[in-house]
Write a protein that binds this ligand. Sequence first.
Ligand code: URA
Ligand code: SF4
Length: 217
Amino acid sequence: MTTFDDQPHRLAGGGAKGAGAAEYVPAVLDLPHLRAAARKCRGCGLYRQATQTVFGAGPSNAAVVMVGEQPGDQEDQQGQPFVGPAGNLLDRAFAEVGIDRDSVYLTNAVKHFKFVERGKRRIHKQPGRTEIVACSAWLAAELEVVGPNLVVCLGAIAAKAILGTDFKVSERRGELVTLPAYRAIATMHPSSVLRAPDFESAYADFVDDLRAVHDAM
Ligand code: URA
Ligand code: SF4
């Protein structure tokens, strides 16, 4: 049996026991136990405002783990990662390059939605360093259980969590990086593709990066 204390996945962002989410990570490492325990996480303040924990989803033996930033408005309401506009764009790009979404484990660096209220709308707010580090124990545990060959970082927040705070997605996107436990590759976040002034060109670059992911799978 693998326990959290054995796990070799020391993430760039932290993940050490005794801080943030780490004290909520159960001794038995499998996805059902992790998912259940994460529902009760109080490792940082984000649980207060959000509807629910949005844990990762996908097969426990997936060869590829994709890491986003944090759940958005739709994900917060439905309790599943990448089911809103960013997820729809991801699905479109997957179809184009031939990646089967059901074969991928999809998760986020931070498991609760952070937002500010503007009238009736909830506007996404980027998680801070403290929240990313606090939440990294969940991501480390997911990586330990799934044991992927390849980790895809969707955007800067995921890239910093997996590849270190100095990693610059703009300079190194699409590059296959070999880490001790898996290979990793970073690309833009699908939400920033959606917001790009030139959507068609940003989307074409995104699809190119996902093609590199497909080739590395
Ligand atoms: N953006 C993310 O990073 N993750 C989601 O699950 C949805 C939107
Ligand atoms: Fe726990 Fe992460 Fe939610 Fe913070 S964001 S309460 S660390 S699950």
